[in-house]
Design a protein around this ligand. Sequence first.
Ligand code: MN3
Length: 202
Amino acid sequence: MKFDLPLLPYAYDALEPYIDAKTMEIHHTKHHATYVTKLNEAIANASELDGKTLEELLLSLDKFSEPLRTAIRNHGGGHYNHSLFWTFMGPHMERNEKGPQGPLGSAIAAAFGDFEKFKETFSKTAAGLFGSGWAWLVKDKTGSLSIIATPNQNSPLSDGVTIMMGLDVWEHAYYLKYQNRRPEYIENWWHVVNWEEIAKRF
Ligand code: MN3
């Protein structure tokens, strides 16, 4: 079993000026690629995992002993989270500003008041996360939406919820352009959120 780095669904400069091309290139070809390489190294000798999908591995972390469990949580989570993250973004278009339409739009309004309030709460969660990690919009088994944060590369998938969208707030995601200004990165990120793709997950 071997995992591969997926291609980005757009060019490295497609999210300019909000996310710069150099950051996207390094994030994809260095950071994401390293999670894939280290995941493959970690499972190279674990033949019992043959044929398992990445989702299956992340859903059964408690079945593995150390150091395999930590390797799958960190590198498997990193691979999974980033593979999704690229699809949550796309070139800026006017329709991005309107936010999610259809059933997802209604569910967000029902859960958070309206789209602006949702953005505010999500941004606050992302900005307030101490250290490295992710902010997420997730759906639980009852179908209700919530905003959560996870440390490191821990994936919400392992907690049994369905990921709707997520934002990487590791410094490697923004430092070249925004340095220590994480809130500014978050504010700009909203311009490239691909709501059509996210709505398909709902
Ligand atoms: Mn990252």
